[in-house]
Write a protein that binds this ligand. Structure first.
Ligand code: NAD
Length: 292
């Protein structure tokens, strides 16, 4: 039976670290603040921003909640970003994705000042990450690295297979895993990979970030592998209060019998994403204070 990686506990430690660093700044009259921008009423996005805002407040930071209707123009949103970039009381800017279809996400992300890009999605942040320079790392991939480290999962020489190539999870994660200090050999799978099991069965570390409930079945996992499930899928369930329940990309019951380590959904990667966001916001505020 696999060891279940407790993302909530590791996230709690990271949130404590963020709170301690926040307290040190607050003691100097400087309160880290994040602008959280939500356009439209996507229920999943709404629950994510609510969780982020709650975590910020608990860590002693400020969150400025900005809500816009779904029909907001791209120009209006760009105007808001320019204001937030210039606002000395705001240290980080988070625009919750996905944005409504008529707004070009890359235009909005690129408009954010890289010094306030606490999501790590700006091309400058991505470039810094690829080059191994200091900068904000994207929260979910960074949180996964911390989970691997905390669980003492050997990455050096391991074959890591990442299922998914999105800009926010798969691509940055693959890049980070190949860093010299992590030293994994990385395979990236995607919708063009064909027989997915052919690759996943070779994984010492298997990371599923496809957004397909139950995609990874036990026959696709090597015995003794570490399996990290990034997927958060809403599966209809009439017996659940909300009418759905959250399921990962991995068939947890069957795979946990075969793997050596596994993350649950919820309670695995999700809490780490928020914890790493808090640390990025503190870092943005610390950088700001250092450059005053
Ligand atoms: P995305 O839709 O942008 O990308 C999914 C990727 O998976 C694509 O690159 C696609 O090529 C690949 N893919 C899809 N189906 C596949 C299949 N059958 N075989 C092989 N590859 C396949 O998604 P994303 O934004 O990267 O998110 C992925 C999942 O992770 C979603 O469920 C999302 O909700 C979740 N997520 C969780 C967190 C967290 O904090 N826990 C953060 C971000 C995303």
């Amino acid at each position: 039976m696999a060891i279940i990686i407790d993302g909530k506990e590791t996230a709690r430690k990271k949130r404590e670290e963020a709170a301690a660093r926040t307290a040190a700044l607050t003691g100097r009259g400087f309160v880290p603040a994040l602008a959280v921008v939500l356009v439209g009423e996507n229920p999943a996005s709404l629950s994510y921003v609510t969780a982020k805002e709650k975590a910020l407040t608990e860590a002693g930071m400020q969150s400025r909640d900005i809500r816009f209707p779904a029909d907001t123009s791209e120009e209006k949103l760009l105007g808001l970003i320019a204001e937030l970039n210039a606002d000395p009381l705001i240290h980080g800017i988070l625009v919750q994705l996905p944005l409504p279809k008529h707004i070009r996400e890359d235009r909005i992300i690129t408009a954010i000042d890289p010094a306030k890009d606490v999501d790590g999605f700006h091309p400058v942040s991505v470039g810094n990450m690829v080059l191994g320079r200091p900068g904000f790392l994207p929260c979910t991939p960074h949180g996964i690295l911390v989970l691997l480290e905390e669980s003492k999962i050997l990455t050096v020489g391991a074959h890591a297979v990442v299922v998914g190539r999105s800009n926010i999870v798969g691509k940055p994660l693959a890049n980070l895993l190949a860093r010299r200090e992590i030293n994994a050999t990385v395979t990236v799978c995607h919708t063009g990979s064909g027989d997915l099991g052919r690759y996943t069965r070779q994984a010492d570390i298997l990371i599923a970030a496809a957004g397909r409930a139950g995609l990874i079945t036990a026959d696709m996992v090597k015995p003794g592998a570490a399996v990290i499930d990034v997927g958060v899928n809403r599966v209809p369930d009439v017996s659940a209060q909300k009418g759905y329940r959250l399921k990962g990309d991995v068939d947890f019951e069957a795979v946990s019998v075969k793997a050596a380590y596994i993350t649950p959904v919820p309670g695995g990667v999700g809490p780490m994403t928020i914890a790493m966001l808090l640390l990025n916001v503190v870092e943005a505020a610390e950088n700001c204070l250092a450059h005053r």
